[in-house]
Design a protein around this ligand. Structure first.
Ligand code: NDP
Ligand code: GDR
Length: 371
């Protein structure tokens, strides 16, 4: 599959690559991932390595503690430093790595935090994609005042979000559904989405956005509701806690498995033409249904343990999200493999194992009380 893709992309798109191949230079594609230390970064890195890529991760800070966690899952990622807040560092990273593909997954991604740190969210989650696109433009030698050749050979993926739909006027949501974001995070993502589209239209760049609906896994951050629930169930089952405090149980989301969604990201960058795609399962569930299933998996009655707590309700909520993934199914051939029931069971079982006495980590995953 990978060799086929390399051959096609070299012949169709990339004269220099073809010449390099003829000179005997290996055809390994090189990817640079921002947000490599996050949930999606780890699944995408794993998937690209399986496909034969050389994978580089952009990591911020001089001793980022999350790198050790990444190494636990994946040893073969190469690391370069940089920060989405720092234009120069992104230019240096693109110059150093010389990637064929850049995946911009880095963000402040926790919606409640975006009200607490709205300006920082705009800088990282909104302006971050602009800075990555600029780094690609500059390193590729594309003038900002000229729309003619040369064109960037570097392909760009932006992690757009169903949070851009926000207050929905139609359901399910497709690539054509208008945006009405409901949080500073959603507003920042909407800027990232449109600037990606604009660089595609202005400079002919291969720049695409995947509009991904919620996707989860045992590697999900403990602040997000699925992992908060799977950890809560495990703690209660093991006698480490008696209650789990939650906010709005009526919100509905379209939840899938992060490993399936990482595959869709690469598929978008291997198409002939750059286009945006909605990725989701097409099924919506309430937080209440999620709670019921997760507690049931461990043989617990959720109503005896879940406590409603206003600290976890939001200034403005997104009530209902449900994807229409028809375009991804028809054009990419993408389908999710893991069902909602399998996902919830996988997360609860993983956390039961993580917290059971012999395996218990020194530090439990952080579950913030202050958001
Ligand atoms: P995570 O919160 O798990 O990961 C976020 C990543 O961003 C971390 O690696 C973090 O690195 C990095 N980051 C934060 N600030 C900066 C910065 N200033 N410079 C460089 N990197 C930074 O998110 P997910 O893996 O769940 O999501 C990946 C992307 O997809 C995000 O953009 C998210 O908004 C988007 N998305 C996610 C969905 C989901 O359901 N998971 C759905 C739709 C979109 P560090 O280790 O330094 O903190
Ligand atoms: P979301 O995910 O905001 O959809 O963003 P999250 O899991 O945080 O919330 C989902 C829904 O659950 C409700 N909820 C709670 N949420 C949290 N975190 N904690 C609680 O105690 C709680 N109680 C109820 C929320 O109100 C909400 O309706 C995720 C992130 O990954 C984004 O980065 C991504 O863009 C979107 O998914 C798609």
């Amino acid at each position: 599959d990978n060799l086929f893709f390399h051959t096609i992309s070299c012949v169709v798109l990339d004269g220099p690559c073809l010449r390099a191949h003829q000179r005997g230079v290996p055809l390994t594609r090189r990817a640079l991932i921002t947000g490599i230390t996050g949930q999606d970064g780890s699944y995408l890195a794993e998937h690209l390595l399986e496909q034969g890529y050389e994978v580089w991760g952009l990591v911020r800070g001089q001793a980022n503690p999350h790198v050790a966690r990444l190494r636990k899952h994946i040893g073969d990622v190469k690391i370069t430093t940089g920060d989405l807040l720092d234009q120069g560092s992104l230019i240096s990273a693109v110059e150093r790595v010389q990637p064929d593909e850049v995946y911009n997954l880095g963000a402040i991604s926790y919606v409640p935090m975006s009200w607490q740190q709205a300006e920082l969210t705009a800088e990282v989650t909104g302006m971050g994609p602009l800075r990555v696109l600029e780094a690609i433009r500059v390193v590729s030698g594309i003038s900002s005042s000229r729309t003619t050749e040369p064109r960037a050979q570097i392909r760009f993926y932006q992690a757009s979000s169903s949070e851009m739909f926000g207050q929905v006027r139609e359901t399910p949501q497709s690539e054509l559904t208008p945006f009405h974001p409901r949080s500073p995070y959603g507003v920042a993502k909407t800027y990232g989405h449109f600037i990606t589209q604009n660089y595609r239209e202005s400079y002919g760049m291969f720049a695409v956005s995947g509009i991904l609906f919620n996707h989860e896994s045992p590697r999900r951050g403990a602040e997000f509701v699925t992992r908060k629930i799977s950890l809560g169930v495990a703690r209660i089952k093991l006698g480490l806690a008696t209650e789990l405090r939650l906010g709005n149980l009526d919100a509905r989301r379209d939840w899938g498995f992060a490993g399936d969604y990482a595959k869709a990201m690469r598929m978008m960058l291997t198409q002939e033409t750059p286009e945006d795609y909605v990725i989701g399962t097409g099924v919506t569930r309430s937080v209440r249904e999620l709670v019921e299933l997760a507690f049931g998996t461990a043989g617990l009655d959720w109503e005896r343990h879940v406590v409603l707590d206003d600290r976890y309700t939001r200034p403005a909520e997104v009530d209902l999200l449900c994807a229409d993934p028809k375009k991804a199914r028809e054009q990419l051939g993408w389908e999710p493999d893991v069902s909602f029931e399998q996902l919830v069971a996988m997360m609860v079982e993983s956390d039961l194992e993580l917290l059971s006495s012999s395996n218990r980590p020194d530090e439990e995953p952080f579950s913030p009380d202050h958001w």
